[in-house]
Ligand binder design. Structure first.
Ligand code: AKB
Length: 308
């Protein structure tokens, strides 16, 4: 029997590429939902507000959904601009689904967390899975709170919720939605289209990043893993590669030697400085076999090829 999978936030940065991969699987019937699309039942597309519990529950009941990926969220920079919307969207969408899962309406939930859960008190380098975690951004607070709720619903009600703390994600299929790490995507795209880019982070600001195919591979790997191998029910650390604006620029210049980069810093610098530079993701490696395929140079090469 086919598995019925619902992706909420299907048109976003992760959702788009996750859906492309899920669509390749013969054993899955995919339902896409997003506030930005028009309902087209024949194509299994649904216009859905992720915070509207009644509509989410109705969709899950009507189609007897087995697994849900909740990819709708407001990212870090946008969340600073609109804290109450960030809290409402990032928290309520998750709490509603945890509650619907608790009633046995579907069997497995994926929810992305972020390296934004870490704050200035956390170790900056090879940040461990468990350490002092005091986020200082609205987005980080919402993600850390969500992690606690996931763990609580697993322990108290056995809800099979799985989560990854994503680093910055680099991708070309869909525009990223207002994150601090999005300069990486903008820089590569503008290097190709204009030959220059003005960056809002300092040249040596190091952050962990991951190319989208690796992020999607990790998402599917954690969801495919046997329940017994998931030992972290808050959210798994995930690393990728460490990079900075100047390192990305250097990698771009292998293909576009005349690329010019200058700087005009804004509030995102402070957010970036509160986050780790590199991540210890050995729990993900040990529990469900995470492995990175794309390093910085390969990511930049693939990005340039795709946007040219
Ligand atoms: C952001 O920059 O807000 C996101 C993230 C690190 O979760 N890319």
């Amino acid at each position: 029997m086919s598995l019925k999978v619902l992706v909420i936030g299907s048109e976003g940065q992760i959702g788009t590429e996750l859906c492309s991969e899920l669509e390749k699987r013969n054993d899955i019937i995919l339902y896409r939902a997003d506030i930005r699309i028009q309902t087209d039942r024949e194509r299994r597309l649904y216009c859905l507000d992720a915070t509207d519990k009644g509509s989410v529950e109705q969709l899950i009941k009507e189609h007897q959904i087995n697994e849900v990926y909740l990819m709708a969220a407001l990212l870090s920079a946008k969340s600073e601009e609109n804290p109450s919307l960030a809290w409402h969207l990032n928290m309520n969408s998750l709490l509603h689904l945890l509650d619907i899962a608790r009633q046995g309406r579907f069997q497995k939930l994926f929810w992305p967390s972020s390296i934004a859960v870490f704050g200035p008190d956390s170790p900056k380098v090879t940040t461990p899975q468990n350490c002092v975690i005091n986020p200082t951004t609205v987005y980080g607070i919402s993600k850390r709170s969500g992690e606690f709720w996931c763990d609580y619903y697993f322990r108290k009600y056995g809800v099979d919720v799985r989560s990854i703390r994503f680093p910055g994600l680099i991708s070309h299929a869909t525009e990223p939605g207002g994150g601090t790490t999005d300069y990486s995507v903008a820089m590569i795209k503008e290097a190709v289209s204009k030959g220059r880019y003005t960056c809002y982070l300092k040249s040596d600001t190091i952050l962990p990043m991951l190319f989208m195919p690796d992020a999607v591979k990790a998402t599917l790997a954690i969801m495919d893993a046997p329940k017994s191998s998931i030992t972290v029910r808050t959210s798994y650390n995930l690393g990728g590669f460490e990079t900075s604006p100047e390192l990305i620029a250097r990698s771009i210049r292998r293909f576009i030697p005349e690329f010019e980069l200058d700087y005009s810093l804004d509030f995102r610098q402070k957010i970036a400085e509160s986050w780790p530079q590199s991540i210890n993701d050995e729990a993900a490696v040990n529990d469900w076999g995470f492995g990175v395929e794309y390093d910085l140079d390969l990511t930049v090469q693939e990005m340039i090829r795709a946007v040219e």
